[in-house]
Design a protein around this ligand. Structure first.
Ligand SMILES: [Ca+2]
Length: 305
């Protein structure tokens, strides 16, 4: 997957380089054509006309005749400015495209193993009294396994999303589990979110922007601890390790975000219907954040395209 990602960024760089070169060429061409206009009807001639005008009657006409080149001149200048604006816009757009592409990817877990995993190079810095976890997910027909797990020292199951054995998908917070009524086995991409509040332990689950379930007393009043390890694709029995192949995730993940607050139904609907993009304050999906191990695949992908 290293190669895919390198090739991808190289081709993007090449595309940008070519775009800039083409724009430079256009700008140069344009500057030359302005010079061509200026030389035959240069400023000196305009001065001459003005000089004559001062000595004669009916100079208004002459003056009017003298005006068009001057107007043309300033028009060219504004065209040049437009051209420069375009270059700047393209350059800005270019970098925006680049940053969009750094989050437009998916990771794939083709087989159930105990060695394919992705570590998210982020942690929780202070106790979390609320959270929202969202992702685009495509699961296989059999049990999905563990797309997401967060363990902290002393508690391997601080925050886990798991579907294994004959059980449906569950959300675990510190070993307390609730069933998430989701249907993710059709081999299609789905957007899913879970929200949780320490106040009364209120939780909600959404699939494709619609609420599928909710409840309370899920670890009420107990915050999610900081300083842990985020792993995608495996369930941790110890901090960052001791994976079990039977609990491994099989499928694809994209645009995973984690917030330390709850998103509204409206926010989640916007995300799922691609009407807006928001990034998590704890985890924001980006190539630089997601570390791949054991042969996970990575491809350019935009779930909203
Ligand atoms: Ca386990």
């Amino acid at each position: 997957m290293q190669n895919t990602s390198t090739a991808y960024s190289v081709s993007l760089k090449e595309l940008l380089r070519r775009k800039i070169a083409a724009l430079e060429q256009r700008l140069l061409h344009h500057t030359e054509s302005i010079d061509d206009v200026n030389h035959p009807h240069g400023d000196n001639e305009d001065d001459d006309v003005d000089h004559h005008d001062g000595q004669r009657d009916g100079n208004d006409n002459r003056h009017a005749e003298g005006s068009p080149p001057a107007a043309h001149h300033s028009q060219d200048r504004s065209t040049t400015r437009d051209e420069l604006d375009k270059v700047l816009k393209k350059l800005t757009h270019g970098s925006r495209t680049r940053s969009k592409s750094s989050r437009s990817f998916q990771i794939g877990f083709p087989m159930r193993t105990n060695y394919m995993y992705s570590r998210v190079k982020r942690t929780v810095n202070r106790e979390m009294y609320a959270m929202t976890l969202c992702m685009w997910l495509k699961g296989g027909a059999s049990g999905i396994g563990t797309p997401f797990s967060y363990s902290v020292p002393g508690q391997a199951n601080e925050l886990v999303l798991i579907e294994w054995g004959d059980k449906p998908m569950e959300l675990l917070i510190k070993d307390t589990a609730v069933i998430l009524p989701l249907s993710l086995h059709d081999g299609k991409w789905h957007h899913m979110c879970v929200t949780w509040l320490a106040r009364d332990g209120i939780w909600e689950v959404y699939q494709d922007g619609a609420k599928r379930g909710s409840g309370e007393n899920l670890n009420a009043w107990q915050p999610i601890k900081p300083g842990g390890v985020f792993i995608l694709g495996q369930e941790q029995d110890s901090l960052g390790g001791r994976f079990d192949a039977t609990q491994a995730f099989v499928g694809e993940i994209s645009d995973l975000q984690l917030w330390s607050h709850t998103l509204t139904h409206h926010d989640i609907y916007s995300l799922a219907s691609c009407h807006g993009h928001m990034t998590g304050d704890i985890i924001s999906w980006a190539e630089s954040v997601v570390e791949l191990h054991g042969g996970i695949t990575k491809y350019p992908f935009d779930p909203c395209h």
